[in-house]
Design a protein around this ligand. Structure first.
Ligand code: PMP
Length: 463
């Protein structure tokens, strides 16, 4: 049976969904009572739902649809590849042209010291690969005691066992007794939330030096790696102060520890450079990637591997006993190649740096004048608005953290714009093809949403 939205009315689809479909990160009891919104088609930055509403996709799906929806060029490349070779593995001394071509392309786009890639199907699998690869590397280098991976509270690295453990989401840790042993969390460089009375620059140094302290306490001889997102996405678009990354890089350069930059969100143009690491001038040893690699047209992830790590996992010989049935899947690789070709041909990375990025940022930052907004921030095409009960007091938060954010998110959807709520921050990460007119719509709708939310919060005594 084919479930077609033009045959079934919305209500019938919602009932089928409620009866049979468990959604990720959802309270299914509450959602089933309310009914899911059903997205039926999309073009460019616009979604259409089963009631015919048109909604701007201000999140590029889940931070992934760099080139916009409905690119037939990618669909055609996948179709061609599926007809030619729909699947073959890369385990037993075999490979295929799409995996080879994509690997060469990624080596060309990555920083010069990174020339290899290990494939998987998602960002979570990429970080599971990281977890195993850094330990394998140190074994290969004759330092098997180097096992601990340092990461950050409120970081996000996926929802598998390793991804959840590396991430610093306490609500995720609480389900299933995580993290697994061998992961140590330090505080995040979140000035607006945790900077106290320090200036952003002072706080950036302070947060970076937590890493130094942690390494020195655990012992450099026991620490394998430090993992972090250049900008924390799912944690609430935490843009670190300017002093943070140079200090982290100094600390890691002085110590024999691998640096893993999780590029799952920041990669492929989001910050106006190919990778977030390029934007911040940092030099990671490993870069997990996913999302923008295929613009979400097919699931694919990977770990970009530096020459230094390759010396251990390639140069020393021996099997790395790790891999997935779909590592380097030919159709996914074809989707990635077609997607990267569009990003290059249309100059989307440069567009974020020099055109739509600054255009949107200028207008987005003006929303900081709104009485509900404590801070507006944006880098490249990723931004946040911090909703606060008292604009004059940066340290004050709503009494039930998260409730105003969810209210604002629902109002935004009704107004025709997808924004995501993280605690009481409103997040955007639109496709890189966003036009100036669409950016104007985005900001005008965000402003209307703030006004609508403010009115309800005032009426109900939240502020
Ligand atoms: N790392 C980061 C930085 C992410 O933002 C995400 C997903 N939001 C992941 C890893 C996990 O990716 P996936 O959902 O594809 O497993």
């Amino acid at each position: 049976m084919t479930v077609q939205s033009n045959i079934y009315p919305t209500k019938a689809l919602q009932e089928m969904d409620a009866a049979h479909h468990l959604h990720p990160f959802s309270d299914m009891k509450a959602l089933n009572q309310e009914g899911s919104r059903i997205i039926t088609s999309a073009t460019g930055v616009w979604l259409t739902d089963s009631d015919g509403n048109r909604i701007m996709d201000g999140m590029a799906g889940l931070w992934c649809v760099q080139v916009g929806h409905g690119r037939t060029e990618i669909a055609d490349a996948v179709h061609k590849q599926m007809v030619e070779l729909s699947y073959y593995n890369t385990f037993f001394k075999t490979t295929h042209p799409p995996a080879i071509e994509l690997s060469r392309k990624l080596a060309e786009l990555a920083p010069p010291h990174i020339n290899r890639v290990f494939y998987c199907s998602s960002g979570s699998e990429a970080n599971d690969t990281v977890f195993r690869m850094v330990r394998y590397y140190w074994d290969q280098m004759g330092k098997p005691d180097k096992k601990v991976i340092i990461s950050r509270w409120n970081g996000y690295h996926g929802s598998t066992l390793a991804g959840t453990s590396l991430g610093g989401m306490k609500a995720m840790h609480a389900q299933g007794d995580l993290p697994v042993p061998g992961v140590h969390h330090i505080n995040q460089p979140y000035w607006f939330g945790e900077g106290g009375d320090m200036s952003p620059d002072e706080f950036g140094l302070h947060a970076a030096r937590e890493l130094e302290k942690a390494i020195d306490e655990i012992g450099e001889n026991k620490v394998a790696a430090f993992i972090a997102e250049p900008i924390q996405g799912a944690g609430g678009v935490i843009i670190p102060p300017d002093t943070y990354w140079p200090e982290v890089q100094r600390i890691l350069k002085e110590r024999d520890i691998l640096f893993v930059a999780d590029e799952v969100i920041c990669g492929f143009g989001r910050l106006g450079r190919w990778f977030g690491s390029d934007y911040y001038g940092i030099e990671p040893d490993l870069m997990p990637i996913a999302k923008g690699l295929t613009s979400g047209y097919l699931p694919m992830g990977g770990v970009l591997v530096s020459d230094r790590v390759a010396e251990g996992v390639v140069g020393k010989g021996g099997d790395f006993n790790h891999g997935y049935t779909y590592s380097g899947h030919p159709a996914c690789a074809a989707a990635a190649l077609a997607n990267l070709a569009i990003i290059e041909r249309e100059g989307l990375v440069e567009r974020v740096a020099n055109d739509i990025g600054p255009y949107l940022k200028e207008r987005w930052l003006k929303l900081a004048d709104h009485p509900l907004v404590g801070e507006a921030r944006m880098t490249g095409l990723v931004g946040a608005l911090e909703l606060v009960p008292d604009k004059a007091d940066r340290h004050k938060r709503f009494k039930d953290v998260g409730v105003p954010g969810l209210l604002c998110r629902d109002i935004s959807f009704e107004n025709g714009l997808v924004m995501r709520a993280v605690r009481d921050s409103m997040i955007i990460s639109p496709p890189l093809v966003l036009s100036h007119e669409e950016a104007d719509f985005l900001v005008a709708t965000a402003e209307k949403t703030l006004n609508d939310t403010y009115r309800i919060l005032k009426r109900d005594g939240w502020m």
